[in-house]
Design a protein around this ligand. Structure first.
Ligand code: ATR
Length: 278
């Protein structure tokens, strides 16, 4: 049987949890394979990538800082990855390299484990960086109609409007407006790095004004329970932890590479344990 050869490129990649996650998926799917780490220094990126693409590898993930830099090396892009302008998953199909972005869709799959339905929900996304681009695109393609964006730099949030679908209704807010209008939202998604360890005491926005029964989601997963999530919990909100996104973006990537569906099941608890011990 052919061995599925997978891996991850980035700088740094040493502490990545992806080898563990994909090993679990391969075991579950009964696939024999490997998922190796490929740390690449920025000054040798071009030659290392050229060699990797020729190496017989079947697919790989791309992480910071190469999600844009990989694009010219690929033969085709999935239309959403092209729109987002970033690729985190590459697959070799019939001799061609195709790029996808599973970050945003993975995030939405993860979120949908805790939220009921979608179209009428009012969503507020905090932040407008690379992570926010993928998440916003996935939300609008999954049919979320009302997705407002608040960012410290308002002009950066406005750039995300290019990712809208015709039926999307998005208002751009300043941080202050977001704070004042918080009570309007059913779902609040924090996409910036504020609150990430070692600055775990920081919180982008105060939640004083939160709607009853709101869902507050944070893509930061170190610490697992950020200040933002702790304060949301204290107010009775449903909280959604960032580490679930790691699993669901990987699940979608694994589907692209292997054509097989795998389930998350107990992996969420196991990942939480690993992150807590780390
Ligand atoms: P990523 O690719 O991880 O999303 P990024 O592209 O650098 O990272 O984007 C970072 C996001 O976090 C931006 O929305 C940024 O706001 P600005 O566009 O105003 O820079 C936001 N951000 C980071 N640090 C912040 C802080 N201390 N306060 C408010 N917003 C912050």
């Amino acid at each position: 049987m052919k061995i599925l050869k997978l891996g991850l490129i980035g700088h740094p990649v040493e502490h990545s949890l992806s080898p563990w996650i994909h090993t679990q998926f391969m075991e579950q799917a009964g696939i024999e394979g490997e998922y190796k780490l490929y740390p690449i220094e920025p000054d040798v990126f071009d030659e290392k990538i050229a060699a990797l693409l020729q190496s017989g590898i079947d697919g790989f993930n791309i992480t910071v800082p190469y999600k844009q830099r990989i694009i010219p090396f690929l033969d085709e892009l999935d239309p959403d990855a092209a729109k987002i302008g970033a690729v985190n998953t590459a697959v070799r199909k019939n001799g061609k390299w195709i790029g996808y972005n599973t970050d945003g869709s993975g995030y939405v799959r993860a979120l949908e484990q805790v939220i009921p339905s979608q179209e009428s929900l009012h969503v507020l996304m905090l932040g407008a960086g690379g992570a926010a681009r993928g998440i916003y695109r996935a939300l609008v393609t999954e049919g979320y109609r009302y997705v407002d964006i608040a960012n410290r730099t308002v002009s950066k949030a406005e750039q995300l409007l290019q990712l809208q679908e015709p039926e999307t209704i998005t208002e751009i807010l300043s941080s202050e407006e977001a704070q004042n209008r918080l009570a309007e939202y059913d779902v609040i998604i924090h996409t910036t790095s504020v609150g990430m360890s070692p600055k775990a005491e920081e919180q982008l926005i105060a939640l004083a004004n939160l709607k009853a029964q709101a869902v507050v989601s944070d893509i930061v997963y170190k610490p697992i329970e950020t200040m933002l999530l702790r304060s949301a919990k204290l107010q009775g909100a449903t909280i959604h932890h960032g580490h679930s996104m790691l699993l669901y973006q990987a699940q979608y990537a694994f589907e692209i590479w292997s054509g097989q569906q795998v389930i998350i099941g107990d992996l969420l608890n196991q990942l939480e344990q690993r992150l807590t011990e780390a």
